[in-house]
Design a protein around this ligand. Sequence first.
Ligand code: PRT
Ligand code: MG
Length: 215
Amino acid sequence: MTGITLALSKGRIFDETMPLLEAAGIRPLEDPESSRKLIIATERADVRVVIVRASDVPTYVQHGAADLGVAGRDVLLEHGGDGLLQPLDLRIARCRMMVACPEGFDYASAVRSGARLRVATKYVSIAREHFAAKGVHVDLIKLYGSMELAPLVGLADVIVDLVSTGGTLKANKLVAVEEILPVSSRLIVNRAALKLRRAEIAPIIDCFAGALAPV
Ligand code: PRT
Ligand code: MG
């Protein structure tokens, strides 16, 4: 038996996946926040967890370096789903992908005017698709973080970012003006691994499914 590798990111995904792992009897033996280890053993000798950046989880699973992973819908939409199955919405790390702009900005008129809208975001594919569907011409400006700053210093008219409490927007005098899509994290599985090692991997998926609260 080769064992099963599960890819997780530190922070909210690890924290919110933890109760599901416990319910599935695969509690990690170390906390990635305090341990510097990137490979963490679990209570089950045949299951290990690897700690990677949130946006790298689909890459590890797609290439079979991990059999399973947990990734946000935002990350999956940006990465693309090649070689991946998404059997479960874990309904964790929930937030919303939103368009936001400075408090005084007239978004409705800007969109109606037909002029090009300058959009700063980490989520270029999601933003491109959203504005294309609305028929709005955009100049996309790719950022890797702190999107909230961009409209404040004239880099962009609006941003596309995740919002959960709204506290970050508020602190920067920005307002959400449009929801693009609701986001939660999904269990993802390497398609080939599931086919070849179904007897090992399918029960893990079932454990996650069983650990979810009824809808
Ligand atoms: O942080 P790092 O650069 O390593 O990577 P990451 O930001 O992709 O990872 P992480 O762990 O921060 O987020 C992992 C996943 O959590 C994301 O892919 C989302 O699916 C999900 N998630 C849920 C969120 C949020 N809520 C969230 N609020 N990811 C990010 N945020 C950020 C948001 O971008 C904004 O900067 O939090 C800020 C807004 O929060 P509020 O509460 O002020 O509205
Ligand atoms: Mg983050």
